[in-house]
Design a protein around this ligand. Structure first.
Ligand SMILES: Cc1ncc(COP(=O)(O)O)c(C=O)c1O
Length: 387
């Protein structure tokens, strides 16, 4: 046993999987636990990948992504943000998840601290721990109308070992969207303290009001400062199973990223990358349609669940999750397990999204509205008789 790292042996499934594991094969369960819809990737994207496959795109490619897809990302960023990003800054190594891992590999040595703006997607914490780093939670506050980032608390958490701040907007699980003035202030703080900033913007097109895409750190970051803007295809174009994402990183990392990409995955799946080009270039109608569905669903959640007397739910501004606080709840895992056993609705336990979330559950509202409505009614009935 000696050569095995204790922190690896201690790894446990997240509070999403701990609820789901025993029920994955039950067709009666309405799944709101994972971060995806029930929509198959649009046909024009699938067809582009099939064409690439038929054309023999089955070989190794450049490890930072095939040239046509990196050029398509460059054009896309210019079109949706009006920003010219130098191609040396764009890497598509595989999934968005992999961009998180590679970014942290660029920043962290064992013992280094990373401030995680919480509630957060649990995998970010696990990446930090796998690399021997130390996650430090700074929780958003639940204001009367919106989630709120208290920059003073972020600054107070910075210590001699702090290397980076991770923030995700639009946010999984809260639906919070960071405003440009908040982004500017956080970036300034990173600059003052010499910290890297990891901005996870994978939900950039999943916005209900306000600008589309959501405000991005791309608009603020200098070409060669330690800012990593992570993005991907999963959430805007219903491509979760494709494992395709990209990042914009400091220009000086072009060569190191080529090598890191080689040792992590040796590049993203070749033919899948051509599906990615189609999504970027022909995907606007789908993005808009999906946004309408999730906005409608967000309103359903607010109406059916948000009005329950035991529920406190801030209206999600983006992404496709609701993160309600349930009055009197102290054990979110037990709650979600009982909910799935008794009502056949799969949700995720709040504790897994960082400290201070034991009274919350997360539900994904991207599935078709008729099914979502049934699930919400079941949750409401459960709450009526709980505990
Ligand atoms: C905040 C956040 N970042 C990154 C990812 C990873 O995305 P992908 O499936 O494209 O690897 C997810 C997936 O749920 C996420 O919620």
């Amino acid at each position: 046993m000696k050569p095995l790292r204790p922190e690896i042996l201690a790894l446990e499934p997240s509070g999403i999987m701990k609820v789901a594991a025993d029920h994955l094969d039950d067709p009666e369960v309405i799944p709101l636990w994972f971060g995806e819809s029930d929509i198959v990737t649009p046909a024009f994207v699938r067809e582009a990948a099939v064409r690439a496959l038929e054309a023999g795109k089955t070989f190794y490619g450049p490890t930072r992504g095939h040239v046509p897809v990196r050029e398509a990302i460059e054009r896309y960023l210019h079109r949706v943000y009006g920003i010219a990003v130098h191609p040396d800054r764009i890497t598509l190594p595989g999934s968005t998840m992999l961009t998180v891992m590679m970014t942290c590999q660029c920043i962290l040595r064992p013992g280094d601290e990373v401030i995680l703006i919480s509630p957060y997607w649990p995998n970010i914490r696990t990446v930090v721990e796998v690399l021997g780093g130390v996650p430090i939670d700074v929780r958003l506050e639940e204001g009367p109308e919106r989630w709120h980032l208290d920059l003073g608390r972020v600054e107070a958490a910075i210590g001699p070992r702090t290397k980076a701040i991770y923030v995700n907007s639009p946010s999984n699980p809260t639906g919070w969207i960071m405003q440009p003035h908040e982004q500017r202030a956080l970036l300034e703080l990173c600059r003052e303290h010499g910290l890297a900033l990891v901005a996870d913007e994978v939900y950039h097109r999943n916005v209900f009001e306000g600008p589309d895409p959501a405000p991005s750190f791309l608009a603020l970051a200098e070409e060669d400062e330690p800012v990593f803007v992570l993005n991907g295809f999963s959430k805007a174009w219903a491509m979760t199973g494709w494992r395709l994402g990209w990042m914009v990183h400091p220009k000086s990392l072009a060569t190191p990223m080529r090598v890191l990409s080689e040792v992590n995955n040796t590049g993203a799946t070749s033919f899948a990358q051509y599906g990615g080009i189609a999504a970027l270039e022909q995907g606007e109608a789908f993005v808009a349609e999906f946004r309408e569905r999730t906005r409608h669903n967000r309103d359903l959640v607010m109406r059916i669940l948000g009005t329950h007397p035991r529920v406190r739910l801030l209206r999600p501004e983006g992404a496709f999750y609701a993160f309600p606080r349930i009055e009197g709840l102290a054990d979110s895992l037990a709650f979600c397990r009982r909910l799935v056993a008794e009502e056949k609705v799969g949700t995720a336990a709040g504790y897994t999204f960082g400290r201070g979330n034991e009274s919350h559950i997360r539900l994904c509202f991207a599935i078709r509205p008729e099914r979502l409505e049934i699930a919400l009614e079941r949750i409401r009935d459960f709450l009526d008789r709980w505990p």
